[in-house]
Design a protein around this ligand. Sequence first.
Ligand code: ATP
Length: 240
Amino acid sequence: STAEELLAVDSIHTYYGQSHILFDLSLSIDRGEIVALVGRNGAGKTTTLRSVLGLTPPAEGTIAKDGEPIDGLEPYEIRKRGISWVPEERRVFGGLTVEENLRLAASTGEGDQSDGFEDVYERFPRLDERRSQKAGTMSGGEQQMLAIARALLGPETDVLLLDEPSEGLAPQIVDDVADIVRELNEEEGVTILLVEQNAEMALELADHAYVLENGRIVHDSPAAELLADREAMEGYLGVK
Ligand code: ATP
């Protein structure tokens, strides 16, 4: 295969204080892929993202982007290498307008990012129409769109880490979010690491899947293969 490895997480161990959360965890993401990381509550999915982002650096193991080590770098340096994320629960500022949310995010980066700004509006016309609407009055799907747009501001994003984008959304809106993720991947070439409780949504979108259980990878296969394996779906994920 000619696949090019974009992100390589190799045998990491991550702790919160004395609590050992991730055990010898490895995963590999090729450029252009959508990779799903699924597993039950508390399995360590968010901690895996925090490890990659440098927010909770692993105590052991290595992480490389495009073959270059990134573990040990500060989060802002990791962001400059093209790794961005959308945190759980979106965390948009409900009292601020769409425009203010984006300006605030841009202002925490370096230099003038007003260019990136118009790109974002072009990519998400719904946000353009709602520049002056308070984010808190938008639908959950629109807020998720804003959170994704915000993550794309600043340095070019090669790989986007999405933490439970479907959380708390009605099924119809989950489909809209899935469409956004698919378009970002197919049209903009953004590589995606998708963490989801909603395993079916994630596996329908993804090329490859990893299942996390108690901080360990217990299964890894093409996403379609896992989705079709009813025993594994029920055993690992409780999906009947
Ligand atoms: P969820 O879907 O519920 O968010 P998750 O798979 O993302 O679950 P994590 O949030 O990574 O799981 O949590 C993994 C484990 O680490 C859990 O046992 C959790 O209680 C613990 N944990 C998370 N954050 C901290 C923290 N700041 N300090 C101590 N323990 C933590």
